[in-house]
Write a protein of this length. Sequence first.
Length: 275
Amino acid sequence: MDLVLEAADRHLLTPYVYPAGWPEDEPCRQLLSLFVITNLGALALYLLFGTLSYYFIFDHELKKHPHFLENQVSREIAYALRSLPWISVPTVALFFAEVRGYSKLYDNIEDSPYGWSGVFLSMLSFLFFTDMGIYWIHRGLHHKLFYKRFHKPHHLWKIATPFASHAFHPVDGFMQSLPYHVYPFLFPLHKVTYLGLYIFVNVWTISIHDGDYRVPRLLRHVINGSAHHTDHHLYFDYNYGQYFTLWDKIGGSYKSPSSFEGKGPHDYLRKLREK
């Protein structure tokens, strides 16, 4: 995140926003800047990719499903916009620790002991590490001690749209993002790669709520796509994973998507029309 902070300081904050005498590396200034940048960035990613997905990918026929709520889209957006600033508070604290040099993020490929292959391997390990972490955190949030207070608001949307992707209780939203932030404190990761992965995970979160259930046949039971996550919203105790089905299979919570078996939301709508 220090790459974004440095660019913001260079092109906007130092010449136009902050007093000339306020040093760029002063902690209070960094925290304030990170809070603004994190919120604007999260908002831009959510609204931009959520809107593109909603208008160009999401099947609007799903809005006719009995489980689709009245004014659901506006309610999803409103809930997300209320939650994002609160989610950003602990997130900014972790970004601040990264900026102050406490993580294992590095600037140059030469700083990696494995060069470009290390960058590629770190991308794969990041995905598998975060998938594992999110699985267990997500499953834990379904425990009766936490579900009603923190995770139930996200399950209000049984037939989700892309705008439901970030419509979490703040504690829920931060906890499920925690593996992303923990990774660079444990393992070396290139800063540009980390920034790209941060964007990717936000876009992926939108994609598994987009109602587009198409997955290459060979990967149907490997990749956790929108069909899998739709069944999670509908049937509650299945498909907790984020990218892959591996941990659901290990944890005994994998369910073959009902859409792949002719029993999904689209099939239900088709039967309603036939009646």
